[in-house]
Design a protein around this ligand. Sequence first.
Ligand SMILES: [Zn+2]
Ligand SMILES: [Zn+2]
Length: 156
Amino acid sequence: MKCANHPESDAVGTCVDCGKGLCSECLNQYEFPICDSCNSVRADGEKKELTKNIALTVLFFAIGFYFANSSAGSFQLVGGIVIGYLFAGIPWGWSFLNKITPSIFLFLPLIGWVIYFFIKGILSFFIGFIALPIKLFQIYRDSQRLKGVSQSVNIG
Ligand SMILES: [Zn+2]
Ligand SMILES: [Zn+2]
């Protein structure tokens, strides 16, 4: 098999997504063996996911901020930020739990679902408290990396 980008070079590996041949130069272009087109498809997907998660974080922060202020009856800047922060972690805790929750829960009766969502909501709250700063750091790092990808695609 020959490299998909360089017909004159022999392939030494294949793209993990589409199986196209890659030469040693193309193989080491990204963190793992992947061709240019599959990499930009993945980058697009990651960007959409990232945008969705950032939007959710902002939305939950706003809900928490509003909740703290309306229950206090007066403007609470620090309290609003603290409660907003706690709320903003919920989507991250939730998506973390989605990854580790076995699909057996899908067969629960209705009351099981209510309890399941209640427990999951509470756990999301605590996990999010820890996960949010980690995730914000990852978002920053990923956005730098994705920026690098789109630049290299434009140049190439
Ligand atoms: Zn590919
Ligand atoms: Zn190549």
